[in-house]
Design a protein around this ligand. Structure first.
Ligand code: ADP
Length: 642
């Protein structure tokens, strides 16, 4: 269509040129009449390629866009205008463009000519920026949502939660739906709420740009988790504070490990303290008997031939030595118990025998304290599968404690009864009693009640721990009862009864069995502790035996060859040749095969006994040797020796 047919446009040429946006003037048949300069610039086309052309043909059909066709051919004829229609199109030359199209259908009144103004706003930059922002946001959201071990949420100015990531749900327990809109103070502990920590946190974040700390928080189910938290303020483009974000890093595992380490360190410190206290007690308890022993010896020296004084002094020494032996035995048992080396030599026994052995051993202390003792045994014999020595030790400990912790002139009851499949042994006293708070701890190692009168009787706080251990090893239980301080105590031991009928075997002999008159023996004592050797020799000589002593391994071996003793009491830790070697060499001699060789040693562990057996010893006795036990051992040897 020639330009002259639309003269109005000539007048408007300069206006169209001036328009900053790309603008097209189209004829009714959609041919370009005029285009603005910015149209050519934006779409990289020349006026020659443009004017008088059908819009769809422009720039090798770049403008043949389905949406544009629809707008121009369907919308515009009907509505005569459209505005801001968004179009995204990839142009072959200039690439992808976002545009807002607006059009007006204009009709000249004079000649009814119709033309169309098509304004094209290039929004590419804006749209691409928006798209990029959307992508960043979506990446950020997915990062925040899926980040591990970090709860991340946002809040408004008051601390009401506005976003909540997946980890927050996992760690804290609230779902997004449950928590949105609630104040973040719900995850604080009541203690922190009282100190208004949530409010302080927001204030600090607002003033300093960050609030950070580590503390316990509360999950939905009320349990607690330890977290490092950072709150930061959020601002809009205008610099106005819009809210806060909080990142919580779950550090519960690390915290628990730290707490455990602290606990272990504390327990170690406590154990170390207990050990030191225990060593002090041991030293104290072992030293106590020494003063009376030394005094008694001095008295014996001064008193000369006064038989009565000598007898009194002897009794003092005997009692004190007995006390020391008990302490040392306890220590050995403690070491066995701690090393898990406590073993029972179980067999079928009658409970009454064990009880009478314990009563026998405890009687001197009970009598010395002036206590009355009432014993009630069950009418029927009660059989147990037990180690009689160890079980007697249990009842002896309980009886001695009853005597120790009861003021002079008290009353002690020992009762044995059968209850169904259990034997129940009860030791009760009218003594100092046990405070309720001590009862649960009374069986723990080294537990001693401060300030009670036991200090005058000595003890290491091992006895009851040993009692419980031994009773449990026998499949039983022990419990302590007391109505309180000053109201006496009661210890109840329950043991499973052996139901099987007795087998045809000799009845176990009790410790209090009478010993037959001991025949005379030739005995060699070998010990590098001269005093031990001499005193033991003296004792055996007084019993009517013929004695020689030697003080090292070689001397012992030579003396054995020359003296040919019936019985050799041989220390193990000897200079020159140790006891094992002496024993082995003697066994190699024709005269040494039948000799009774007894190991005398400070070590009584099962392992020590096994080693001495292997070396050829017949018996194993732990020092200090109990004279009665030695006498019994000698009495038990075949009389053909004599
Ligand atoms: P020890 O007697 O060597 O101190 P035990 O383990 O035998 O150690 O006893 C632990 C503690 O239990 C004692 O120190 C004492 O305070 C308390 N106790 C034990 N038996 C009695 C009792 N019959 N009456 C009151 N207190 C007792």
């Amino acid at each position: 269509m020639p330009k002259s047919t639309v003269p109005i446009l000539f007048n408007a040429d300069s206006i169209v040129d001036m328009v900053r946006e790309p603008l097209l003037v189209l004829s009714a048949d959609l041919r370009v009449q005029k285009a603005s300069r910015s149209f050519y610039k934006t779409f990289h086309v020349t006026p020659e390629e443009t004017e008088d052309r059908l819009i769809y043909e422009l720039g090798s059909q770049q403008w043949d866009i389905p949406w544009l066709r629809k707008l121009l051919e369907e919308v515009l004829p009907k509505d005569s205008a459209f505005d801001d229609f968004e179009v995204e199109h990839v142009f072959p030359v200039i690439g992808r463009k976002f545009m807002l199209l607006s059009a007006r259908r204009i009709c000249r009144q004079d000649n009814q000519t119709e033309f169309i103004l098509l304004a094209i706003e290039d929004t590419t930059e804006h749209c691409q920026a928006k798209e990029a922002r959307r992508e960043i946001e979506s990446r950020y959201t997915s990062l925040v949502k899926n980040i591990k071990d970090h709860s991340i949420f946002m809040m408004d100015l008051e601390g009401n939660i506005t976003t909540w990531n997946t980890e927050a749900e996992r760690i804290i327990g609230y779902t997004e739906a449950e928590i949105l809109g609630r104040n973040f103070s719900v995850i604080f502990t009541p203690e922190d709420l009282q100190r208004d920590l949530p409010g302080r946190e927001l204030r600090l974040a607002r003033e300093d740009g960050r609030a950070e700390d580590e503390r316990w928080h509360v999950r939905k189910d009320g349990t607690r988790f330890w977290a490092l938290g950072i709150v930061t303020p959020m601002y809009d483009a205008g610099g106005n504070l819009t809210g806060f974000s909080k990142i919580l890093r779950d550090m519960t595992e690390r915290k628990c490990a730290e707490l455990k380490l602290e606990e272990q360190a504390e327990a170690l410190k406590k154990a170390d303290r207990s050990k030191n206290e225990f060593l002090a007690t041991v030293a104290h308890e072992l030293r106590n008997p020494l003063a009376p022993i030394r005094n008694a010896l001095q008295v014996m020296r001064l008193a000369g031939a006064d038989v009565q004084v000598a007898e009194q002094s002897r009794a003092v020494i005997e009692r004190q030595v007995q006390q020391m032996v008990r302490l040392v035995d306890d220590l050995l048992d403690l070491s066995r118990m701690n090393g898990g080396r406590m073993e029972l030599r179980r067999k079928r026994i009658e409970l009454a025998g064990v009880i009478s052995a314990a009563l026998e051993a405890s009687r001197p202390l009970i009598q010395a304290c002036g206590h009355e003792l009432t014993v009630t045994l069950s009418p029927e014999p009660v059989h147990l599968d037990a180690d009689p020595t160890r079980l007697a030790q249990v009842f002896l400990n309980l009886l001695n404690n009853a005597a120790k912790y009861t003021p002079q002139g008290g009353h002690i009851w020992l009762t044995v009864e059968r209850q169904d499949s259990e034997a129940v042994v009860c030791v009760r006293d009218t003594g100092v009693g046990i405070a309720a708070e001590m009862l649960p701890r009374i069986f723990e190692l080294f537990t001693q009640v401060e300030g009670s009168l036991e200090r005058s009787h000595g003890g290491l706080g091992i006895g009851l721990a040993l009692v419980r251990r031994l009773v449990e090893m026998h499949g039983g239980t022990v419990e302590a009862r007391s109505e309180g301080l000053g109201r006496g105590s009661e210890f109840r031991v329950r043991l499973p009864v052996l139901e099987q009928p007795p087998q045809q075997q000799p009845v176990a002999t009790g410790d209090n069995e009478k010993v037959a008159a001991t025949p005379k023996r030739r005995i060699l004592v070998v010990d590098d502790n001269r005093d031990s050797a001499i005193s033991l020799g003296m004792m055996l000589s007084l019993m009517g035996n013929e004695i020689r002593t030697a003080h090292d391994g070689s001397e012992g071996l030579a003396a054995a060859g020359a003296f040919r003793p019936d019985v050799l009491l041989l220390d193990i830790g000897l200079p020159k040749l140790n006891g094992y070697d002496v024993c082995r060499r003697i066994r190699q001699q024709p005269w040494g095969k039948g000799m009774v060789i007894v190991a005398l040693t400070g070590w009584g562990q099962d392992e020590d006994i096994r080693r001495s057996n292997e070396a050829g010893f017949n018996h194993h006795m732990v020092k200090p040797v109990d004279p009665a036990a030695l006498e019994k051992l000698l009495a038990g040897l075949p009389s053909s020796f004599g």
